[in-house]
Design a protein around this ligand. Structure first.
Ligand code: COA
Length: 162
C-alpha cells in the first residue's frame, strides 16, 4: 500500500487544504494528514479542534487518516511508513520556502516531497486570513467548507465587534 503524509498546521483547515487533499487522494492508497506543532507559531485551534474539523471535511474520502505529531515531519512519515511528503503550492512565493524544506527533508531522511499545484480559485486562501476574517465576524463561505464554518464562528464568538 502506497502511503503519503500531508503535514501542516491546519489552523484552521480551508478549501485550499481540501483541494490538495482531494488531489493527493487520487495518487496514493492512503493519505495521512499530520497535524504539526510548529514551534513559534501561535496556534488558535487546539489539536482536537483541528482534528475534528479535518475529520468533518474529509469524511467523503475513505483513504484518509488524521493524526497529530510532535517533532520532525519526516520522522513521523517514517513511523507511518509513508513513502512521500505532500505539499501544496499556491504561488511562486510559496516555492522558495517549500523548496528549501523539501531539500532539507530529503537530506535528513531520503524522503521526497511531491508538490501539487493549488486550484487557481484557492490561491488567495491562508489560515491567518481566515482567522482575521473570523475575528471580525466577516464572511467565510469562500474560504472554508460549510461543515466547519460554525466551529470557527464559535471560537470567535463575541470577538472583534465594536
Ligand atoms: N491552501 C490554503 N492555504 C495553504 C495552502 C493551501 N494549499 N498551503 C499552505 N497554506 C497556508 C496555510 O493556511 C498557512 O497559513 P498561515 O501561515 O496564514 O497560517 C501557511 O500556508 C503555512 O501552513 P502549512 O502548510 O500548515 O505550513 P506550516 O509552515 O505552518 O508548517 C510544516 C509546515 C508543518 C509541514 C512544517 O513546519 C513541519 O513539518 N513541521 C514539523 C517540523 C519539521 O519537520 N520541520 C521541517 C524541517 S526541514
Amino acid at each position: 500500500m502506497k502511503s503519503a503524509l500531508f503535514p501542516g498546521t491546519f489552523d484552521p483547515p480551508s478549501f485550499g487544504h481540501l483541494d490538495i487533499i482531494k488531489k493527493a487522494c487520487q495518487f496514493c492508497d492512503q493519505l495521512i494528514i499530520g497535524i504539526a506543532h510548529k514551534p513559534g507559531k501561535k496556534e488558535v485551534f487546539s489539536v482536537e479542534e483541528r482534528k475534528e474539523m479535518l475529520q468533518l471535511i474529509t469524511s467523503p474520502f475513505p483513504n484518509v487518516e488524521i493524526e497529530n505529531f510532535h517533532g520532525l515531519a519526516v520522522d513521523f512519515a517514517k513511523k507511518k511508513n509513508a513513502l512521500l511528503l505532500i505539499r501544496g503550492l499556491r504561488a511562486f512565493s510559496d516555492f522558495e520556502v517549500e523548496f528549501q524544506m523539501a531539500l532539507a527533508n530529503r537530506r535528513i531522511s531520503g524522503l521526497e516531497t511531491l508538490f501539487l499545484m493549488a486550484d487557481e480559485h484557492h490561491t488567495h486562501i491562508s489560515s491567518s486570513l481566515i482567522r482575521e476574517i473570523a475575528y471580525f465576524q466577516g464572511p467565510l463561505s469562500d474560504f472554508v467548507p460549510p461543515e466547519i464554518e460554525s466551529l470557527i464562528r464559535k471560537k470567535y464568538k463575541g470577538k472583534g465587534v465594536a
